[in-house]
Write a protein that binds this ligand. Structure first.
Ligand code: ASP
Ligand code: MG
Length: 427
């Protein structure tokens, strides 16, 4: 049994949905159907985020909502005949959504409302895709994953209850897969009370891993608009290299340093049950892409990873005292309190510096909480560059013409913070 995940770009318009149809038609099933996880179409999740923000602030959300409706309705018109039942399903979902948005109360929790609204993107996409595959005479079942993927109520970042989820997958999903492909949503979950949750932005990869782990699937394939796992973002770097195979460990670390390749939570459930993860291009489905699995690397191409919108904060004791464990513990407590994640840190005799994601409001509150004890300086508009498995050539290439505000290297990883100059022109 295999799991496929189709991301937003793979279903962004009618032609893309047709392409997914031909990928599915090309699969040799032999009695083993595929569990298909689909994301919201194109940029739908971003658009729904705007809609919920407006509704929550009691502003007119209808222009944005109508655009989104027209977008889905037009895709459906292109794919299906006018009498097709899919149209009524879409109309009904938009009616429900509009009704819900119209009575949103700004005294309720925003994050809760976010999940209730933003989840519509995946519901819409999965309904369109299931009908389309059904019409190609592929046996398919639509599954509402909110009754299967059980989470707690940490809205927007639901934490999976593995016990309850695995039981549901065994009881409900496994039998369905005996007779048909199961088409379900990525990114969504549900609480024990039946309320909708989401798993964090870009969480559909993680959904695929949850299903695969619980079904002991033979593999997971993530279908993307790139050839596979590359050593750098091709939008930023001119000459990228494709990893034909790479270990789970390397992949997790790349995600940690900020590579937007695969949702970071995806790897663990697959690695623990040794399920290979294939990253393939939906534009070139025959090409092998990348296999992520248990393997060792003698030599691996350096990976270039950027984290943008960084801020470098440095602390100095007001009385020129040395930085010691005591004052470090105050700094760490405040960082945790304001939920700053340290992306890089360094200390010297009288100062301590960290690089973190920039958020002006939280930064000011954080500074206020420590300003009695420390002089605090900060720089914004920075990029954290990481080269994983660096060599001298890659360091020279990446550091050329850049002023480094902070630099660090370990045996495998070279990192530095610099003014934002992300786009490179040659390598
Ligand atoms: N649609 C969601 C997002 O854009 C989940 C996903 O694409 O994985 O974040
Ligand atoms: Mg998406």
């Amino acid at each position: 049994m295999k799991v496929f995940k189709f991301g937003g770009a793979s279903v962004k318009d009618a032609a893309s949905v047709r392409n997914v149809g031909s990928i599915m038609q090309a699969q040799l099933v032999n009695g083993h159907y595929i569990l298909v996880v689909v994301s919201a179409m194109g940029k739908t999740t971003n658009a729904l985020e705007k809609v919920i923000e407006k509704a929550y602030q009691q502003q007119d959300f209808r222009p944005e909502l109508n655009n989104l409706k027209a977008y889905h309705v037009n895709i459906a018109k292109d794919l299906f005949s006018t009498e097709h039942p899919v149209h009524a399903s879409l109309q009904e979902l938009f009616r429900q959504l509009e009704e819900y948005l119209a009575i949103i109360d700004p005294t309720t929790l925003f994050d809760f409302q976010y999940d209730q609204v933003v989840s519509y993107g995946e519901l819409l996409a999965s309904i369109i895709l299931q009908h389309y595959l059904q019409d190609l005479a592929l046996p398919t079942t639509w599954l509402d994953c909110r009754s299967i993927i059980r989470t707690d109520n940490l809205w927007r970042e639901g934490r999976v209850d593995w016990g309850a989820t695995q039981t549901k997958i065994q009881e409900v999903v496994k039998p369905l897969l005996q007779n048909a492909h199961v088409i379900t949503q990525g990114f969504l979950g549900g609480t024990a009370e039946g309320l909708t949750t989401t798993l964090g932005r870009e969480g559909s990869d993680y959904s695929a891993a949850i299903f695969a782990h619980s079904l002991a699937a033979e593999s997971v394939t993530i279908w993307k608009d790139v050839a596979g796992l590359l050593n750098a973002d091709p939008k930023l770097f001119p000459n990228t290299v494709l990893y034909e195979e790479i270990s789970y460990q390397e992949t997790v670390e790349m995600a940690y340093y900020g590579a937007s390749v695969i949702h970071p939570k995806t790897i663990k459930p697959l690695a623990t049950s040794h399920i290979p993860l294939l990253v393939k291009s939906f534009l070139n489905p025959e090409a092998p892409g990348t296999i992520i699995h248990d393997c060792r690397h003698e030599k691996i191409a350096p990976a270039y990873i950027l984290k943008q919108n960084q801020c470098l904060i440095s602390f100095q004791e007001k009385d020129y005292a040395f930085i010691n464990e005591n004052n470090l513990s105050h700094i760490f407590a405040a960082l945790a309190n304001f939920r700053f994640k340290i992306n890089l840190m360094q200390n010297s005799a009288i100062s301590f510096s960290i690089c973190t994601d920039y958020d002006e409001t939280r930064l000011q509150l954080f500074r206020q909480s420590l300003q009695e004890q420390f002089h605090i300086h900060y720089n914004t508009g920075l990029t954290l560059f990481t080269i994983k498995n660096y060599d001298e050539a890659s360091v020279n290439f990446l550091t050329q013409n850049k002023t480094m505000l902070l630099e660090q290297r370990s045996r495998t990883t070279f990192q530095f913070v610099s003014k934002a100059e992300p786009v490179l022109t040659s390598s």
